[in-house]
Write a protein that binds this ligand. Sequence first.
Ligand SMILES: [Zn+2]
Length: 575
Amino acid sequence: MSSADESDRQAFQRTLVTAALPYANGDIHLGHLAGAYLPADLYVRYLRLRGKEVLFICGTDEYGVAITMKAEQLQIAPQELVDRNYQSIAESFAGFGISFDNFSQTSRPIHAETSSAFFLDLHRRGKLRQKTVEQYYSPSLGRFLADRYIEGTCPQCSAENARGDQCESCGTSLSPEELINPRSVLDNSPLEMRETTHWFLPLDEWQPALEKWQAGHPNWKENVLNYCRGWFADGLSPRAATRDLHWGVKVPLPDHEGKVFYVWFDAPIGYISSTREWAAEQGEPEAWRTWWQDQGTRLIHFIGKDNIVFHAIMFPGMLMHHSEDYILPDNVPANEFLNLEGKKLSTSRGYAVWLPDYLEKFSPDTLRFTLSRTLPETRDTDFTWKGLQARNNNELGNNFGNLINRIFTFAHKYFEGRVPDWTDADLTDLDRATLDEVAGCMERYAVRMEKFEMRAAMDEAFLAGQAGNRYFDESAPFRSRKTDMARCGVSIAVALQIVRQIAVMLSPITPFAMAKVWTWLGMETDLEHGGWEEGLRPLPAGRPLGKQEILFPRIEDETIQPEIDRLAKLVEDQT
Ligand SMILES: [Zn+2]
């Protein structure tokens, strides 16, 4: 890390981390986790481990046409649908160990209030543009219809049930005015074109300021900068902030009956609403301002690549043009996509692994570790069940689990379950070299984490595990216990010290297992908040150790085969 990077970072007193708001029309799958939620959680847990001040904010994104259509299919109210999905999403995130400080919903009153005030601030100060456009209107329903509520004959293949956004028969993407004999999906009634007025964000006018601001962030990930360069080169277009729909935050202006915010306009404001909700729950309703308006706060948005335009261009533009002094994102670490068994995930075809299903059968730590080793940080990567099995059995089990188990077993058997006596004067060259090696892994792990290079950080934790195993074999306490019990004790104490440092590095990745190891080591401090410092200090001799258990049970072939078969069958059914 260069000294310039270091001094930049020192200038920040606290970090606000957001993860993309999941859309409340279904469950979370592995692609979501690898894209935004796991990297965000690793980073937040790392900062907490270092004792830094950090706030982790998220919530479900609950408005838009996809929600109303799904609710109509299920014949329930949209609110009931999103409340149900919110519950399920919040539960599976908790089961997976995603450690949000607040997880809100955009359908809550605090969000309507926050996003309305935001819109009105831009509107009053002349930052928005009004435009009249033509859209299909249903006289029988008395309202304008969104693209997906319109059906007609496909101009390409003449299929009769093409949708306003796409023809399912021939795959052509369409706009509603291309359809022949357009009609309403809801009641089959004919439609007519009518004029409607909407508010737009003038991104074309904002482009110079946005480009200038982004030029000050050359350290952003290459994939993010590349996408942005492309959009800037094409020239940004004005983007509608309102639309004709009933499900959404109502446009807070007179004569705007039946108009709501476009979901992409209000969703990022959801981060602010969720922070306000958190502050209110702390009993300090104004505390949210410290996180959004104090220059000592660093804002980081973790997202998947499909959300770059909203977080790197539109939302910063909105924040920039608000009258209050909002901070702008310091970084937008976006990941590419995760594939599944060599194929693209598809939620519409059910080709995905859903988090609630996974958690019914397998451990959260195993998936967190496996995904951490294969995060699509710079290009798309692939998840396979065989890969998960191998990571669990070979890396978690053999490299870490066995090492920890061997050392604790030894300490219980020959040292009455206590940390043996060890002083600095007793250390051999091998002892010192190994302790230095592991300390070096921790240092490099920290540098990688600071740069959002989670996979490279994992590599360092893995190397520390290998160093521990090598040390155990070479220092050979199983031999010295027969000839030199004091030497044997020092080897075990050094090995326990290495385990402690491994526990620190692994705690963001496999938090459930490492919390156990921390208590076995007799630690009274909180590993997750500030454990890094504690991990660097030598373990005190004589401290009683807890009884260990198997941390990472093996996954057998017959356990994962049904999962492999299920996905293979979905592929087969498609062809
Ligand atoms: Zn067609």
